[in-house]
Write a protein that binds this ligand. Sequence first.
Ligand code: EPU
Length: 424
Amino acid sequence: MQKLVIEGGTPLFGEIMTQGAKNAVLPVLAACVLCEGTVHLKNCPCISDRYASARILSALGAKVKTEGNSLTADCTGLSSDEISCYLMKAMRSSIIFMGALLGRTGKCTLCYPGGCNLGPRPIDMHISAMRKMGGIISDEHGVISCSAPDGLKGCRHSLSFPSVGATENIMLAAVCAEGETIISNAAREPEICCLADFLRACGAKISGDGGGRIAIEGVKKLTAPDEAFEIIPDRIAAATYLSCAACAGGELLIRDCAPAHLEAVLPVFEQAGCRLKVFGSNIYIYRKGRLRAADTIRTMVYPGFPTDAQAILMAPLCTAEGTTVFVENIFENRYRHTDALCRMGADIKAEGKVAVVTGVPRLYGTVAEAPDLRGGAALVCAALGAEGISEISGVNYIDRGYEEIERVLTAAGAKIRREAEKLP
Ligand code: EPU
């Protein structure tokens, strides 16, 4: 077990390169199951969720090699269609192997996925979509057996909510299915477009991604692209490092971060009094003096304000002058970071979907545990701006989505180190 020890109060200066997107690399890795030949990926973040996906591919019989931010996967000779409960529980994204495996082998056995505890995270939309495409799915004591004896058939899906994971699962099942699949009310997140770009590079016929109606014409097979495929930048990691600067003060240049993907997030930093400039694919942030409260932040599906940035933006707003209201519309239980922020001196009243954050002059270092990935990142941001020393345990959550967070922040001047936690 490890913890991050952070001495707050040191402004940040310098440049941070944006890592590749967690939520883009995971579906692309699942998509490799459908490909003949060796897939080359670049800009893959070195995070534990990526390694969990690579372990699933290896367990299925793929040849996977990783070197820094590059990865190759050859799924030509898959030897298994079963994913153990142990591997499934490592992350939420394991569920999208269902569509990929059904598309490739016509059957698979897996369990319910793990992932951060953000309230109930059902997979009903995934399962009903696979059934609609001809999948026969049974659930015995948590073991999900899937088969498509007559192959998967394209059809029309109208999603009751634009679920990111369900959209990805249907895309993966549909690319090699017979006939046309239409997804209405599809998720529009940039990570969906990244998956579609990868599948197109492999020979899939997909249009409409980035909008609410995705059309997919099934093809006989997918082949690994000749060129290495590049994973898009991680918009939530970029937002996190912007928040680190907003909390600690100073000036940072966040490089290669696709600012267009952050259109709902950047105005909040500006409302709070940070100075921002976008130069091509880079964002410069400067913060001096006390922040101001922002307008009500309502989490929405893309292009709305992302739920994944809710905790991260709450950290700087804890010390802003005035009151900021947050409304979390995507997950039922995504305010678990507020207890630790209150222990640092924040004034937050959270009930149901709403959290009311009344800014206090300063936060103080504390001992806290990351409640989940983004909640843990929010505690790191808050600790960088707090007076005194914070110790944040549960670093395994943070490592799921951030590549060596302490190295990145140390290079920008932060006083942060990773230590082994001593057993009592
Ligand atoms: N939902 C259902 N039934 C389903 C699927 C989803 O009710 O079958 C509900 C969920 O319970 C939730 C809402 O729909 O209330 C949104 O879930 P969605 O399926 O869109 O989320 P996801 O695919 O499980 C991805 C990201 C999350 C991100 C959400 C929303 C990945 C691996 N994860 O999750 O990322 O919060 O979309 O944008 O892509 C994170 O990175 O920290 C993270 C949690």
